[in-house]
Design a protein around this ligand. Structure first.
Ligand code: HEM
Length: 506
């Protein structure tokens, strides 16, 4: 579960399946049984919150009302983000911002906020463009693609990796590791989690040795002086909090455009600005539907219920967004335009520090896909789309589309995509939408690619084998026989080793 800790991280099957009673014997909603949650009925029956069972015998609360969600997100006195005091074993020591409250939280959060702020739009947009053009170039000649597996999922990994200051081959590895961690196979997931940990440990180690003007460099140089361990936690949190929701915000936004001609026209025509469009998707199809991560600090009465000290709370964002107190206009895009009071970025002290960053990333990604994949239409009926079987994440497994093939093909074999998730060609062809007229994105492309969608030299670099970094001997030292100073091969550092051991999925 996004950001979550403990048993609420459980992802149950949400595929329809045979109807089962959603309640356990004690009357709590059994979240561990999976299944889609009928938000309206739950609100009508339980009001602002419902008692739940996270795992058999593990109680908690799911907040349903907008008011209740907002109140608990903002209230650090009654609801703590730190799970340790409530765990039987005390839990592992966590030094990440999202596991703390008060001054310690601020100490850990501010370096992240400042490092993200230093990236800024002018640095971010060219990086997104380069990665997007590369990924779109790889499918442009095919006339069809799964835009989750081949675009929305690898894109944020490639972008973050470049902002961390590493070459593209590490970005491809990171994207692959993300895919593996969503695979549903516990062994593969655990191995991917270890490798991601190794990536961030290696990254901090390397950047301490070779500081750069990049996001990690700014984080490490911050006056709050994070330890190595804290820096690894901060970057892991950034990755964990950022990658998956960004992927599914891109996916859900593209789907909105593809399935609703009114929204498509308003977006391309400029009536619906990109900012308003993103808020509209955040209201109606937020990539996070349930968020874990708060624990009551005392016995309290809250919205008519008696919550005991230490009980976990889950935020029902999808329910809050359809609460009649705030959603009188239903899913009307134009009525929601300009309304930023949704809770998809959270609220209060832990509110997402990357809202501007994510908006810019997603806006650029959506514009480029619409612009480059002319005549894009859904390749299956909306009812046949497969959604992730997750309680917390609201996102597609695949977004199969058809578009006008350009005939241009980016060089293959330069580091394969993390996973070729092209579904078997059994899609039923739907009527094509005419080629997009005047797609809004006309900005010149940054440093990388030509119009063929190929990207610059770094992406084309031979992919998988790590390039040993060279250290020059200092001039004038040693060299008894006047031999030229040989370039000494540096021993591979942990990041090199990780990359050398990585085998992309076939
Ligand atoms: C569509 C994309 C995103 C969504 C919907 C989203 C949503 C959220 C939400 C709801 C929270 C609050 C969690 C809580 O209160 O428990 C949060 C926190 C956070 N997000 Fe995001 N996020 C997104 C993208 C990103 C990105 C791209 C990054 C980093 C590059 C990021 C970094 C963080 C961090 C570090 C926190 C923890 C802040 C703290 O504890 O003070 N997020 N995000």
């Amino acid at each position: 579960m996004h950001q979550g800790t403990g048993p609420a991280d459980h992802e149950g099957p949400s595929a329809a399946g045979p109807a089962r009673c959603p309640y356990s014997a004690n009357g709590a909603l059994a979240l561990h049984r999976g299944g889609e949650l009928p938000w309206r009925q739950l609100r009508e029956r339980h009001g602002g919150l419902v008692p739940v069972e996270l795992d058999p015998g593990v109680p908690g609360w799911l907040l349903l009302g907008y008011k209740e969600n907002l109140q608990a997100l903002r209230d650090q006195t009654h609801f703590s983000a730190d799970p340790r005091p409530w765990r039987a074993d005390g839990g592992p020591a966590r030094t990440e911002a999202l596991g703390h409250d008060g001054a310690e939280h601020q100490r850990l959060r501010i370096p992240i906020v400042d490092a993200l702020a230093r990236v800024g739009t002018s640095q971010l947009v060219p990086v997104v463009e380069r990665a997007a053009v590369h990924l779109l170039g790889r499918v442009a000649a095919e006339g069809s693609a799964d835009l989750i597996g081949r675009y929305a999922a690898p894109l944020p990994a490639m972008v973050l990796n470049e902002l961390f200051g590493l070459p593209d081959e590490y970005g491809r590895m990171l994207a692959d590791l993300a895919e593996r961690s969503w695979s549903g196979d516990p062994e593969e997931t655990a191995a991917a989690a270890r490798a991601v940990r190794g990536y961030f440990q290696g990254l901090v180690e390397r950047k301490r040795r070779e500081p750069g003007e990049d996001l990690v460099g700014h984080l490490l140089a911050h006056p709050n002086a994070l330890t190595d361990q804290e820096a690894v936690e901060a970057l892991t949190l950034l990755w964990r909090s950022g990658h998956e929701p960004t992927t599914h915000l891109i996916g859900n936004a593209l789907l909105k455009l593809l399935e609703d001609p009114g929204v498509w026209t308003a977006y391309l025509g400029g009536t619906l600005t990109p900012e308003d469009f993103i808020d509209y998707v955040m209201w109606t199809d937020s990539p996070l539907q349930v968020l874990a991560g708060r624990y009551s600090t005392m016995d309290i009465r809250f919205s008519g219920a008696h919550i005991r000290r230490g009980e976990p709370l889950l935020f029902g964002l999808a329910s809050a967004h359809t609460d009649p107190s705030v959603s009188r206009h239903g899913e009307d895009a134009m009525a929601l335009a300009g309304n930023r009071s949704h809770l998809s970025w959270g609220a209060g002290a832990h509110r997402c520090p990357a809202t501007a960053f994510s908006r810019e990333l997603v806006r650029t990604a959506v514009d480029l896909a619409v612009d480059r994949l002319r005549g894009m239409v859904l390749a299956v009926e909306p009812a046949d789309l497969r959604w992730r079987p997750s309680l917390s994440v609201h996102g597609l497994e695949e977004l199969p589309v058809w578009f006008t093939a350009t005939g241009e093909r980016v060089e293959q074999g330069q580091g394969e995509e993390p996973r070729e998730r092209r579904p078997a060609r059994t899609w039923i062809r739907r009527r094509r939408r005419p080629a997009a007229q005047g797609a809004r994105y006309q900005a010149p492309l940054a440093r990388s690619g030509g119009e063929d969608g190929s990207d610059g030299e770094r992406t084309e670099a031979a992919a998988v084998a790590p390039r040993p970094r060279r250290h020059r001997s200092p001039q004038g030292a040693g060299a008894r026989y006047q031999a030229p100073f040989a370039e000494k091969e540096a021993a591979p550092d942990p990041l090199d080793r990780l990359l050398a051991d990585w085998r992309p999925r076939g």
